[in-house]
Write a protein that binds this ligand. Sequence first.
Ligand code: HEC
Ligand code: HEC
Length: 162
Amino acid sequence: MPVRSLLFLSLSLFLVACPTTGDDDDASNDDDAVADPCEGYEAPSEFDDMNDDEKRDYMTCVVVPEMAPRFQEFDADEYANFGCDTCHGDDRVEREHEMPNPDLYRLPLSGFPFSDDPDPEVAVYGDFMETEVSGNMADLLGRSSEFGDPDFFGCYGCHEQP
Ligand code: HEC
Ligand code: HEC
């Protein structure tokens, strides 16, 4: 797993899983710390070859810790509780985490680049998505962010069209 994941792991799990546990030294790995379900986690295979349980573990131990600090740096208040629901929606269990998520903003095919969108809210998000989210998500999934590549993963991996 990328070194950065390890660095962000404790903090992100702290934010996602146990927001009320005060001022434990959550960056330490000592035995007194609350057991970390992701400690020692190693991805069993490429994402595409994982079964459903393995995908969940990978999301918990790699995707959320990688993505939470990016979203929180973008907007700390809005994404204070960043987690599965942020990408998959609050009906994610019924929808079996299927992506794209129809409840996310519907992204028209004709608007690229969205960082130039006339709506400033869309433009700010477009820039964040282009620089921090799309390519990093492709990397985490072992996919390509090269448009035209058969393994391409991009905006419509998460967003539906209108
Ligand atoms: C940053 C956005 C993001 C977050 C946060 C996230 N996921 Fe995902 N998840 C994805 C994407 C994108 C896919 C689809 C990957 C693909 O195209 O195969 C996915 C796929 C999955 C799948 C496989 C679904 C299928 O159809 O096979 C499961 C299960 C899953 N996620 C569970 C979770 C759980 C549980 C959490 C929270 C611990 C979580 N995800 C957090 C983006 C996210
Ligand atoms: C890994 C999943 C994922 C990918 C890939 C992704 N997005 Fe997003 N996008 C999100 C999430 C999550 C949000 C925030 C949803 C929220 O705040 O409720 C979002 C929000 C947005 C918004 C904000 C819409 C609004 O005004 O509410 C825009 C615009 C957007 N994305 C554009 C893009 C573009 C353009 C790309 C490709 C360059 C892209 N997204 C790729 C997950 C994704």
